[in-house]
Design a protein around this ligand. Structure first.
Ligand code: ARG
Ligand code: GLU
Length: 725
């Protein structure tokens, strides 16, 4: 009896207290504040490092070995010679740009056998964080509680500008940014150093780096060797400079030692990188808008698009090559949103948020002061989200439907010529522009099939026309209604017949012929007319309303964020992701994706052989890899269980942008590179479920095995510090 009553007490405490406390695995934490909020818990979970080891401005720390790679990924230093590791899908653009029919690095892989073979990448940069600092006091010092949002914003903007200028004035190499946290309740200053000479060093063939393609994307069990190698170069003082053959490899303050020891279930892991954006603290109305309006439209339209592209790709090898990157882009979001909606539904997130909002309302109403501050906030949210709904619907149809048609996106780019021709341009300017548009045409048509695009046009515009109420439609749809009696196929036939923007030849012809007439004729092109009509509707009508409502929403979210923190004082709140450096920690472990199914925490090379299908592009396996497998020639990269591990999962809370992030063990050694999440957990940008949210990492031993045993680029592994015990 005693036992039972004890356990009842436990259950009571568990169910009523636990939800208030953030689960250990959930959260993307600010490196600056680890000691205060996380150090103790991380140590309890097995971590051997101190908060100072991870982030410090006084000493070298792990953060000195991490960079923003390009515009949206993370990468880490792995040698004292500036060698950098990131994902294959992060370096994809660079690898593709260096590829040609003779040197098809995308298909065959690329390995610089010495420094002179490394390839420069104009436009690519990596960003080091020098320090972060709380500047909330300074940013908000003149902000009063009764100000309008407009005045508030302009004061904040000018404070931020002052802070940023005071930094950038002191060194040409530093850049500074101030970013809001907790929806504008806190501000942090980031001082960065940007290096611009970053060279491609190595990439596996796509059938390793992209093994499983879009079929396996967002999924476990996974066998993708998703990595590529770059090198950062500096001047003789180790400072950033533009590319020059005289530059020398950057000497990092810190680079990651690499563990060959492997891992066990429950082992501590830490992911250190740049998650892009999450929305953990939005009201139920916002989740409803996302899951019942936006996501279904995006999923439907992208699904239609994908069906068309895939059907053509299956029939023709050239089309498969031309459309591979396009399909990958469209499919990535499509698949994630399907998973996100399912996850949110399974967790009853809307209902649970509503329940919590009820309690919040009672709490707010129970005290006159609180009532004044917070009593009306949920009702105001509802009003704003009600007004946003039709506008968001229109915006989604414009972006995914209208601008989801390549011809229309392309036609939109001709606006620049029209604008210039309105201003009586100089002859030279016209010539420069013509050159630019001819180059652009080359790029555009290289990967373009007009019949695919036309089929997509019919599907997209039909949905757009049928699903948006007549009174909210762009005026240009009158043409479709009146002239074509709503027949989208005939409308498409005419547009694709008459537009000069459907073939490279016609575009070049047009540019040549009409140079003298200053492009006024572009305005008469039916594709240009249509896209202009879509943009007019958006910029004259929808966008002004949305930006007004967005401003109201942001202000409410700021107050609601603070209110939630007051409402649950015992809960540890982490700020939503905003593409700043964060720490996520957790443990390696398996999971149960659905009833009666259990997924193991790692995959092996054997799984690649099981997935092999020479007929299906994404599942082709290189002969050399098969040979290494047959001979079990795994070298020192073999696990103690005798197999070669490929990927593993853990419950670190990650998001888009964390791709390429270092995954380290309790000792701070690199054990993997983060590259994806499991499908059943893709709702973690909105709500995290420790039972099903898993990040997917490439096992660093598979990465080294490919570099060393598969590609024979052993000199690269020799640059690294390997830890075996
Ligand atoms: N899902 C990963 C991410 O969001 C990988 C995307 C690239 N791979 C692909 N097959 N589309 O970036
Ligand atoms: N693949 C994603 C990226 O490029 C990471 C996966 C995720 O969204 O968690 O950032």
């Amino acid at each position: 009896m005693k036992f039972q009553s004890l356990s009842l007490t436990f259950i009571f405490l568990y169910t009523f207290l636990m939800p208030a406390i953030t689960h250990a695995d959930e959260g993307m934490w600010i490196p600056l504040l680890l000691e205060k909020y996380n150090e103790e818990e991380m140590r309890d979970m097995g971590m051997k490092l101190s908060a100072e080891d991870i982030y410090s401005i006084n000493h070298t720390s792990l953060k000195d070995g991490i960079v923003i790679f390009g515009g949206g990924c993370t990468a880490e230093l792995v040698s004292d010679q500036g060698l950098l590791l990131t994902n294959h899908h992060c370096g994809y653009g660079q690898i593709q740009r260096h590829s040609s029919l003779e040197n098809d690095y995308l298909t065959d892989g690329f390995w610089a056998m010495d420094r002179s073979e490394e390839l420069q990448n104009p436009g690519l940069s990596v960003t080091f964080l020098i320090s972060m600092q709380d500047v909330t006091g300074k940013v908000l010092q003149d902000v009063g509680s009764n100000m309008t949002e407009k005045i508030r914003d302009s004061i904040i903007d000018s404070r931020i500008e002052e802070i940023v200028n005071s930094i950038t004035d002191t060194s040409e190499f530093l850049s500074a940014r101030v970013k809001p946290f907790y929806h504008g309740n806190q501000y942090l200053l980031f001082i960065n150093k940007v290096y611009k000479d970053v060279r491609l060093v190595g990439a596996p063939p796509s059938n390793i780096g992209k093994f499983g393609g879009d079929t396996d994307n967002w999924m476990w069990p996974r066998h993708t060797g998703d990595f590529s190698l770059f090198r950062v170069y500096a001047d003789s003082n180790n400072n950033p400079v533009e590319y020059s053959p005289d530059n020398i490899p950057y000497k990092p303050k810190y680079y990651f030692p690499i563990s060959l020891k492997g891992y066990e279930p429950d082992d501590f892991t830490l992911v250190f990188g740049y998650p892009g954006s999450t929305q953990q603290y939005i009201p139920s109305d916002a989740v409803e808008l996302l899951t019942r309006v936006k996501n279904p439209v995006r999923i439907k339209l992208r699904g239609l698009k994908l069906d068309v592209m895939k059907r053509y790709m299956e029939q023709d090898d050239l089309i498969r090559l031309q459309y591979a990157a396009k399909v990958a882009r469209v499919a990535n979001g499509w698949k994630k949103w399907i998973g996100e909606n399912k996850g949110i539904q399974r967790l009853n997130t809307i209902e649970r948020k509503k329940e919590k909002e009820k309690n919040f309302q009672q709490w707010a109403d129970a005290d006159p002061e609180r009532r004044k501050k917070y009593g009306g906030i949920l009702a105001e949210f509802s009003e704003v989200y009600d007004q946003l709904e039709p506008l968001e619907l229109s915006r989604t149809y414009l972006i995914e439907g209208g601008l989801g048609v390549e011809l229309l996106r392309y036609a939109g780019s001709f606006r620049e010529l029209v604008d210039v021709s309105n201003n009586d341009p100089e002859k030279e300017q016209v010539e420069e522009l013509t050159d630019k548009f001819i180059k652009r045409a080359k790029n555009h048509f290289k990967n373009y099939q007009v019949e695919i695009d036309k089929e997509i046009f019919v599907k997209m515009i039909r949905e757009y026309y049928q699903e948006i109420p007549e009174e909210d439609q762009p005026e240009i749809f009158e043409t479709l209604r009146k002239k074509y009696d709503g027949n989208v196929q005939e409308y498409a036939n005419d547009i694709y017949d008459k537009s000069f923007m459907t073939s490279e030849e016609d575009v070049v012809d047009f540019l040549d012929k009409y140079k003298a007439r200053k492009y006024k004729k572009i305005k008469k092109d039916p594709a240009f007319e249509l896209v202009t009509g879509l943009y007019d509707k958006y910029y004259n009508d929808i966008q002004p309303q949305i930006s007004d409502l967005d401003a109201q929403k942001d202000s409410l979210q700021r107050i609601y964020m603070r209110a939630q923190m007051t409402f649950e004082p015992e809960r540890r709140f982490y700020p939503d992701a905003n593409f700043t450096l964060r720490v996520a920690y957790g443990n390696i472990g398996d999971y149960y994706p659905r009833d009666a199914v259990r997924y193991d925490y790692y995959t092996t090379l054997q799984g690649i052989m099981e997935k092999e299908d020479p007929e299906v592009y994404d599942y082709v396996v290189e002969e050399k890899l098969k040979e290494l497998y047959r001979e079990k020639d795994f070298g020192r990269y073999v696990d103690k269980d005798g197999t070669l591990h490929v990927c593993f999962i853990a419950d670190n809370h990650t998001s888009g942008g964390n791709s390429g992030s270092p995954v380290i063990n309790a000792e701070g050694e690199l054990i993997g590179i983060n590259f994806d999440r499991c499908w059943e957990g893709t709702m973690s940008d909105i709500v995290f479920d420790p039972d099903r949210c898993r990040n997917i990492s490439l096992d660093i031993r598979y990465c080294l095995f490919i570099i060393d045993k598969f590609a024979g680029a052993t000199h690269l592994v020799e640059e690294m510090d390997l830890v075996t015990e």
